[in-house]
Ligand binder design. Structure first.
Ligand code: ZN
Length: 255
């Protein structure tokens, strides 16, 4: 990503008065097809009582204020989240209007904006990425306040892009491994239940390690002569024992 520069000497404070950058604030220009370069030139040419560090359009990024200086983009009055001009970087995304006159931020502009934010996060690790709206309640960037899901999508793109190709590859390998393990676990569960059926046969001893819930029924059936086996084993599976216990509870063997 190339960052073009057209620095304003007018609309900014020199320095940050000791504050560290803890926020990256996203705005929209409320323009209709304006360009990043055009904005940088506009803010460099005269006093505008406002500014931002970066302007982004579909295919370019222009820097208007140095990162060591403070831009005037989110105010220094009451802040909802502790963000101010002194401790933040301001990023303006160039907007467009759709045929109904509604503002939107083109996909390419959002993608390039995400790339810029990812770069800024390498300079300020752990900084909070927020909207102007989150700082002061101003409806900015309007399309992403109107539709919260678009903002969430942007944040997801930023996070995805934070990963290097190598990390993405490793993540994919781990996901594949997890899927494999899940399949193996399912196969083991199946084998376990099959084994359990077989073990159930061995459990069916009158005096052995038979589960206590089936003991009274088995004893009753042996006593009545309904059940005959050798070595106190009746070839009884777990499932069969369950059926017999249910029948017993229903009184089937009490005649
Ligand atoms: Zn704004």
């Amino acid at each position: 990503m190339e960052i073009n520069k057209h620095i304003t000497e007018i609309n900014r404070w020199r320095g940050r008065y000791g504050a560290e950058v803890r926020f990256i604030v996203i705005h929209y220009t409320a323009g209709d097809g304006d360009t990043a370069r055009g904005n940088a030139e506009y803010f460099a040419s005269d006093y505008r009582a406002a500014s931002a560090h970066f302007f982004v359009d579909r295919d370019s990024v222009w820097q208007s204020v140095e990162l060591c200086d403070s831009a005037w983009h989110c105010g220094d009055g009451a802040s909802r989240n502790g963000c101010s001009n002194l401790n933040s970087v301001g990023v303006e995304l160039c907007s467009k209007k759709d045929p109904r006159g509604e503002y939107f931020i083109p996909e390419e502009t959002a993608a390039l904006g995400a790339e810029l934010v990812r770069y800024l996060l390498t300079l300020y690790p752990g900084a909070t990425v927020c909207r102007h709206y989150d700082v002061t309640g101003k409806v900015c960037p309007m399309p992403w306040v109107r539709d919260e899901s678009l903002w969430k999508k942007f944040l997801e793109t930023v996070r995805e892009d934070e990963m290097t190709d190598e990390e993405k590859k490793r993540l994919r390998a781990l996901e594949n491994r997890a899927e494999e393990l899940e399949k193996k676990t399912a196969a083991l569960e199946k084998a376990k239940s099959e084994l359990f059926d077989q073990v159930g046969v061995r459990w069916a001893y009158v005096d052995g390690n038979m589960p206590s819930w089936m003991k009274p029924t088995v004893k009753k059936l042996v006593k009545k002569g309904y059940l005959r086996g050798s070595d106190n084993s009746y070839g009884m599976s777990y499932q069969l024992a369950r059926v017999l216990v249910i029948l017993d509870r229903a009184g089937a063997f009490d005649r």
